[in-house]
Design a protein around this ligand. Structure first.
Ligand SMILES: Nc1ncnc2c1ncn2[C@@H]1O[C@H](COP(=O)(O)OP(=O)(O)OP(=O)(O)O)[C@@H](O)[C@H]1O
Ligand SMILES: [Mg+2]
Length: 165
């Protein structure tokens, strides 16, 4: 089973995006160095700020049709296919793939609030395609929002970055 790591902390600026992008790249590099047959890693950006998308793809102007937003809004039967279509290659490494965030995700939270099954709209499609990847890493926004809940439900492991004092 593919491990899915979610990086989360409701506190802002503690290094979630920096860590998730570098952990994703690091896992891929480590697997390749050890000759793994599949060293592809998928990074999923669930934060509408799009910082992880920006640093790994050079863009954060993703919209309704080319980001995680369209996966969350897709009919259940086509959500996994939609997810695969939205994945872009990172400029960092060909084996680092990114499902980008969009400012539209703010609207998705409002539209999906209270909709039955909404918290599983990432876990369900990801569960169908995760076996194509050696690992998945999910970056979250600094709050316990619906999107963060989606990230937690899709994950096998949670990493909580904290600021040492
Ligand atoms: N290990 C680290 N050591 C020192 N500085 C760091 C480290 N990780 C991240 N930073 C810096 O801390 C700042 C916040 O990092 P980052 O954007 O990754 O946090 P975040 O938790 O994703 O923030 P947000 O909650 O807004 O999404 C950035 O300026 C980043 O360069
Ligand atoms: Mg962040």
């Amino acid at each position: 089973m593919t491990r899915v790591f979610v990086l989360t902390n409701h506190k802002g600026g503690v290094g979630k995006s920096t860590s998730s992008t570098n952990v994703a790249l690091g896992i891929s590099a480590m697997l390749r160095r050890h000759g793994a047959s599949n060293s592809r890693v998928l990074l999923i950006d669930t934060d509408s700020q799009g910082h992880a998308s920006l640093v790994t793809t050079g863009r954060k102007d993703y919209g309704a049709d080319d980001s995680l937003y369209s996966v969350l809004m897709a009919d259940r039967q086509i959500a996994a296919q939609t997810l695969l279509k939205r994945i872009v290659q990172s400029t960092w490494d060909e084996n680092l793939h990114v499902l980008p965030a969009s400012p539209m995700l703010e609207g998705a939270e409002r539209e999906l609030m209270g909709v039955a099954g909404a918290p599983y709209r990432l876990a369900d499609p990801l569960g169908k395609i995760a076996n194509q990847y050696a690992a998945v890493v999910i970056d979250t926004r600094p709050s316990f929002s619906l999107l963060t809940e989606m990230g937690l439900l899709a994950a096998t492991d949670a990493i909580v970055p904290v600021e040492p004092r």
